[in-house]
Design a protein. Structure first.
Length: 235
């Protein structure tokens, strides 16, 4: 077979398209909205008017629409006829799915540490727990919720996988919508703040099997309150 004279030699990369600069404006806009959800500033049911966001973010309305499409695909936003785009309300089934995935990612992270493959970042866990305890003392329960998500994301970093970290971060952002459905944040977060400290102490003391048992029990006990919160949410 005669090769086309237009083809370059094997391995020739001269015709590859130029890379586009990243992130795009739409990706940056999506990240701003995502971060506001993660940190508890945008609660479930919050309307996100396209024109308002366009002015606030200094981007075009088309860019905002593209960001919306991304975040709807991540289950963080929803579109309702005659109402427009809003921050999504989780269902009980959403919460149950999230906790199935949490068990997969978090418990296997501890298993890696038990097997000696990777260690947990004790210093990072210590800093997060201390920040959460200070926020609780100051009555800043939204910050306690954010620290909770960061603590468990730090556990998952034991996988040493950028893909897993990204997936889990988005999962925790979605879970924040469940946290925000709780009527009394202090009662909701308080017991689990204590248990994060306990998990930390087991890890710091090298008692990894006990850390795993505590984490497994934690996840079992945490699922129910989030399910009840989303079921009773009237926002």
């Amino acid at each position: 077979m005669v090769k086309s004279s237009e083809s370059g030699p094997p391995g020739d990369m001269s015709d590859l398209p130029a890379l586009q600069p990243l992130p795009t404006a739409a990706e940056r806009a999506a990240d701003v909205i995502r971060q506001n959800i993660f940190e508890g500033r945008f609660t479930p049911g919050t309307a996100l008017p396209e024109a308002t966001l366009s002015r606030a973010l200094r981007v075009s309305r088309n860019t905002v629409r593209e960001a919306f499409r991304t975040l709807i695909g991540e289950h963080l936003l929803a579109y309702e006829t005659h109402k427009g785009v809003m921050v999504r309300r989780l269902t009980a089934d959403d919460v149950r799915d999230i906790y199935k995935l949490r068990r997969m990612f978090e418990l296997t992270a501890i298993d890696l540490a038990i097997g000696g493959h990777h260690g947990l970042e004790v210093v990072e866990l210590s800093e997060i727990v201390a920040a959460a305890e200070q926020a609780a003392e100051d009555g800043l329960w939204s910050e306690v919720g954010t620290a909770n998500l960061r603590f468990h994301a730090a556990v998952v970093e034991t996988h040493r996988s950028d893909r897993i970290n990204e997936i889990f971060r988005r999962l925790m952002t979605e879970l924040r919508l469940g946290f925000l459905a709780a009527e009394d944040p202090a009662s909701f977060h308080g017991p689990f703040l204590v248990r994060n400290r306990r998990i930390h102490d087991y890890v710091a003391g090298g008692r990894m099997m006990e850390a795993r048992q505590e984490l497994a029990a934690y996840l079992d006990d945490a699922e129910g309150p989030v399910v009840r919160a989303v079921q009773g949410f009237q926002g």
